[in-house]
Design a protein around this ligand. Structure first.
Ligand code: C5P
Length: 305
């Protein structure tokens, strides 16, 4: 396939959008704008991931959009964050008139707390910037990104970071790649605004349940907590049942990932060798999506063609 148009520009670009895994999260306050100030330890993980493909087309101008794959709860039109982010990046660079055909291939489920929509938005921005050679530096990308969603700034960079404010203040962390985590996604999903609203209604609970951190992460925090877990488990009681069943099968504690509904099991050394077998067992017993995963260095990987 020809990647270069006659003008010497790229005619198609592919961007892998990695899921964002929240390992630990404290809600430190409620803001006047309705958002919550957070202090969260977040990492990019290899699986699940989505793919955003963009192709330059002579017409129509603007972004035409198609989505395929795991579609439940995913907007297929102009409210999709990938499409909005692509358009916003082009607009900021003064290139809205160019024609871009965007295809989003979904694997990260919506409503799982894995930042799928934000990862797609970040991937769309990187893909469009690369293909159209947009004059948009990284600071401008972050600026455009936070307007699309609180998690987009992290997803634009990815790797590992302390995330503060509503997500716009990032402190990058040096963590090795390849740290193993098991992610289990129940068949029921949660809407992020509802989980934050439940946290408010409950009077802002501070989580008391914690799970141990392993390896280099233990050098950053002694234990992993999630203040949104009591709120999510209050509005969706099936989560507790799911978590307990998961913990029984894996033989290790699980923590809600972000606003849920996915759970993460940090993988201790003695579980590493059995990880695939354990994942299979969880999949078979609970009939749910399970991803043995590992940390990666970036939020988005751009490749050509
Ligand atoms: O920024 P984003 O659109 O992804 O946020 C979705 C919703 O999640 C917000 O409307 C808000 O209800 C909630 N939220 C929050 N505090 C954050 C991030 C998200 O209250 N730091």
């Amino acid at each position: 396939m020809n990647e270069l148009s006659h003008a010497g520009r790229l005619s198609r670009v592919r961007a892998t959008a990695y899921a964002k895994l929240t390992l630990s999260l404290r809600v430190v306050g409620r803001r006047d704008d309705g958002y919550h100030d957070l202090e969260a330890l977040v990492v990019s993980i290899e699986d699940p991931h989505d793919v955003v493909e963009v192709e330059a087309v002579p017409h129509p101008g603007g972004v035409s959009f198609l989505v395929a794959g795991e579609l439940e709860g995913v907007p297929t039109g102009s409210t999709n964050l990938a499409m909005r982010a692509g358009e916003a990046a082009m607009r900021r660079a003064g290139r809205s008139g160019h024609g871009v055909r965007m295809t989003l291939r979904k694997k990260i489920p919506a409503g799982a707390g894995l930042g799928g929509g934000s990862a797609d938005a970040a991937a769309a921005m990187h893909a469009v910037r690369r293909m159209l050679e947009l004059e948009l530096d990284d600071a401008a990308m972050l600026d455009v990104g936070v307007e699309i969603g609180s998690d987009v700034p992290f997803c634009l960079t990815g790797g590992a970071a302390w995330l503060r404010g509503r997500g716009e203040r990032l402190e990058p962390l040096e963590l090795p790649v390849g740290l193993p985590y098991l992610v289990a996604i129940p068949p029921f999903r949660l809407a992020t605004p509802m989980v934050y609203a439940a946290w408010d209604d409950l009077g802002g609970p501070r989580a008391t349940r914690s799970v141990p951190a392993f390896g280099p992460v233990a050098g950053l925090v002694s234990e992993l907590v999630n203040d949104l877990e009591p709120a999510a488990e209050a509005i969706e009681p099936r989560l507790v049942e799911f978590r307990e069943a998961l913990e029984r099968i894996v033989g290790a504690p699980a923590l809600l990932a972000g606003s849920g509904s996915a759970y993460v099991v940090p993988v201790a050394d003695d579980l590493v060798g059995r990880l695939d077998a354990v994942a299979k067992q969880v999949r078979r017993s609970l009939k749910v999506l399970v991803a043995p995963s590992q940390t990666v260095a970036r939020g988005v990987r751009v490749s050509l063609g």
